[in-house]
Design a protein around this ligand. Structure first.
Ligand SMILES: [Zn+2]
Ligand SMILES: [Zn+2]
Length: 327
């Protein structure tokens, strides 16, 4: 098998020939058909997440087919199409796992961060954390649902039921969430980098009622806002844009420092919360819903060997929607 491996934090990924992996007990081996590129992969490469270790193969939006089963795997079968997300394993016994908060597990494993991920031709996964995908949608179209979609969905649920929803940072996650939110009957307000008219037009093409720079105020007060961009400066801006009792959800795993802001922005029962990881339940719920909503993902594909170019283009905002690697 081959993989694009991170051998040193901050260094380019390296095309590497590896011995074929064998799934252990409870694991599956998946031949990768497509793997989305997520902003979290940039954080992994840049060493911005705690407890980073190398060498590691990034990639946690994996779509592929099972080609080997480890001992004891009975619910999945050879040839089945599955998706492998960020949450790769949880301990099952810590206080969080015991209280159905596996997304907060004390001893988790994360695909493409603490266990090898999908920037490769094959990956071994814990069978309990792989989602059967069915056959609807191409591998490339489905890949961004595995993180951008799932984390977006979890963020949307946590944002509450308010009708007027602001999305700060209109990339892979927001372009999916915008479709889900409108299907639910909500109105979307899209915030991009100031002056990024191309992305604002993209947001309008997906049905956003209003699109503008993150330095602008929306035309109506928002019931809730989700911040997908990794920019702490957006937090006070989003708090300013939500109504009394409104909620601001920080969806990223990493964010630059949040500047100090006057208490009046939080006053009147505005809430500021973060979303961490996902629960398997989120995946099951969202992946069942996605075909009903008819989500269309906008993707730019790169050959696996060009993973570094895909990461650079993501960093520079050179494409709309999501990048997907294909072996
Ligand atoms: Zn746990
Ligand atoms: Zn991700």
């Amino acid at each position: 098998m081959q993989a694009m491996v991170l051998n040193r934090i901050g260094a380019p990924l390296q095309w590497t020939e590896l011995a074929d992996l064998q799934p252990g007990p409870g694991e599956i081996r998946v031949k990768v058909a497509a793997c989305g590129v997520c902003r979290t992969d940039l954080h992994v490469v840049d060493g911005e997440l705690p407890n980073a270790h190398v060498p590691i193969t990034p990639g946690h939006e994996i779509v592929g087919r099972i080609d080997a089963l480890g001992r004891g795997v009975e619910e999945l079968s050879i040839g089945q199409r599955v998706g492998i997300p960020w949450l790769g394993h949880t301990c099952g016994v810590c206080p969080y796992c015991s209280e159905h908060e596996e997304n907060l597990c004390d001893r988790p494993q994360f695909t493409g961060f603490t266990r090898d991920g999908g920037f490769a031709t094959a990956v071994v996964a814990d069978a309990r954390y792989a989602f059967p995908l069915g056959e609807l949608g191409s591998d490339v179209e489905v890949a961004p649902l595995l993180c951008a979609g799932l984390i977006g969905w979890r963020s949307l649920v946590i944002a509450g039921g308010g009708k007027r929803l602001g999305l700060y940072g209109f990339g892979a996650a927001a372009h999916i969430v915008a479709q889900v939110a409108q299907w639910q009957g909500r109105t979307v307000f899209a915030f991009t980098r100031p002056g990024d008219e191309k992305t604002q037009a993209f947001a309008r093409s997906l049905g956003a009622k209003w699109a503008g720079g993150s330095d602008q105020m929306p035309t109506e007060p928002l019931d809730a806002a989700i911040i997908f961009a990794t920019v702490g400066d957006l937090v006070p801006l989003a708090l300013k844009a939500v109504r009394k009792g409104g909620r601001v959800v920080c969806a990223g795993i990493h964010m630059s420092d949040i500047p100090s802001f006057p208490y009046s922005l939080l006053w009147e029962e505005r809430q500021l919360v973060s979303v961490a990881n996902l629960k398997r339940r989120d995946g099951i719920d969202f992946l069942a819903l996605a075909p009903k909503i008819g989500i269309v993902t906008k993707t730019t594909t790169y050959p696996l060997i060009q993973a570094n170019e895909a990461l650079a283009d993501l960093r520079a905002g050179r494409f709309e929607g999501a990048a997907v690697l294909v072996p």
